[in-house]
Design a protein around this ligand. Structure first.
Ligand SMILES: *Cc1c(COP(=O)(O)O)cnc(C)c1O
Length: 400
């Protein structure tokens, strides 16, 4: 297998390409650095023939034909995400969850069966019960590390949906191996790549057919816009593209413009998030209240060897488990005492966040009932020493 991080000798480094992709069309005179914001519903043509010609070609080519089919701004973001993911093409969605829902809608039909990782983002798990089951699409969950998946395939399995590293405790799975097993049975492999954001992890280079991201997180990077992406190989493109056109799936060019702007600093921000998160992770490992720290870059994390092989780095996310004797009241005092960590959902912005997770509800294959409370931190761009001081005083407050 080729090294997913080794840059193609003919291509420029990813960091360079991130500054050059998704650019303005040429004008007479000069061009701005960034793609212009183009808002449109109606698009005008000089003649019936020109309109007919554009409509005939718009499924396969970049053609500006109607707002619902995208504008030059959303096209620029699609191109930038395709570059990041190493994809043939990309479609955009109003949220990361909408992107996942559209993958299920595009590649599954009644009678089919889907295999989902036990570690998927919880609202994606919920779709199996609330949406797939009533439409006659069956689902089974496989262990987050991929073990035992061979026995779960059925003749009707059309899609394997993975998330690596997994949500909340960052379980690793061997994606190239999963891809080989999936393809041998004639099914497609989709992966949620929100954690890796195309910089730290690239599922398509590891054998996946479809990669989704919540651009709401690191791509936008500023906690002020919602957007989802689905990028595919050339072979997997058509079902998604057709279903999106049929449903009128599009996003606001304003939101696309904001995400495109965020992406210019994606790699730089991730390097800083990683440095700060590792400092906090090491500090937490030495705390007497902490039973385990979850972050795939830590040598004692299960699957650390796969992380070393398949990922370029980590990000600002880490979770930790309180020792089982520490009760819910103490955990709540800890979370409430933090002042530099915002209490809120989501992550990927420049600021630190804390969230109390519910691992028992978030996993069905792995039993978390005997484990301590798990708190997720998103480590932002603040000075690590200030974050450590805040965490230390919150541990003291938890004892009160
Ligand atoms: C946040 C998240 C999503 C959903 O993104 P939204 O834009 O909030 O809908 C999907 N997958 C993962 C792994 C996420 O963390």
């Amino acid at each position: 297998m080729s090294d997913p991080h080794k840059e193609d000798a003919a291509a420029q480094a990813l960091d360079t390409r991130l500054t050059r992709t998704g650019k303005s069309p040429a004008y007479f005179g000069g061009t701005p650095v960034n793609a212009p914001l183009v808002r449109a519903s109606t698009v005008l043509f000089d003649s019936v023939a020109a309109m007919r010609d554009t409509r005939a070609r718009r499924s396969d080519e970049r053609a500006f034909s109607y707002g619902a089919r995208g504008t030059p701004t959303t096209f620029a973001l699609e191109d930038a995400v395709s570059e990041l993911e190493g994809a043939y093409r990309t479609r955009l969605f109003p949220t990361g969850l909408a992107a996942i829902g559209m993958v299920l809608l595009s590649y599954l039909k009644p009678g089919d069966h889907v295999l989902m990782s036990d570690s998927v983002y919880e609202p994606a798990r919920n779709l199996a019960h609330s949406f797939l089951a009533p439409y006659g699409i069956r689902s089974s969950f496989f262990a987050a590390d991929g073990s035992g998946i061979e026995d779960l395939f059925e003749p009707a399995t059309r899609l394997v949906y993975a998330e690596c590293p997994g949500s909340l405790v960052y379980e690793m799975c061997d994606l190239p191996k999963l891809a080989a097993l999936t393809h041998a049975r004639g099914a497609l492999l989709a992966a949620d790549n929100t954690w890796g954001s195309g910089v730290q992890y690239r599922p398509l280079a590891l054998g996946a057919d479809i990669s989704t991201m919540a651009a709401t997180k690191y791509l936008s990077g500023h906690s002020d816009v919602m957007l989802g992406t689905v990028a595919t190989t050339r072979e997997a493109w058509q079902p998604l593209n057709e279903r999106c056109d049929a449903f009128g799936m599009t996003v606001s060019p304003d939101d696309a413009w904001l995400v495109l702007r965020g992406m210019r600093t994606l790699s730089a921000r991730l390097q800083m998030h990683e440095r700060h998160a590792l400092e906090v992770a090491h500090w937490l490992q030495a705390r007497p209240e902490v039973a385990a720290v979850f972050c795939p870059a830590l040598p004692r994390h299960p699957g650390h060897d796969i992380w070393q092989r398949d990922c370029r780095g980590t990000n600002g996310l880490l979770s930790f488990e309180f020792k089982p004797g520490i009760g819910n009241a103490a955990v709540e005092r800890f979370v409430d005492a933090l002042s530099l960590f915002g209490r809120g959902s989501s992550w990927g912005g420049y600021e630190s966040l804390v969230a109390w997770t519910h691992m028992r509800a978030a996993r069905s294959v792995t039993d978390w009932s005997a484990r301590g409370a798990v708190v997720r931190l998103h480590i932002g761009l603040e000075a690590p020493a200030d974050l450590l001081a805040d965490l230390a005083q919150a541990f003291t407050a938890a004892k009160a």
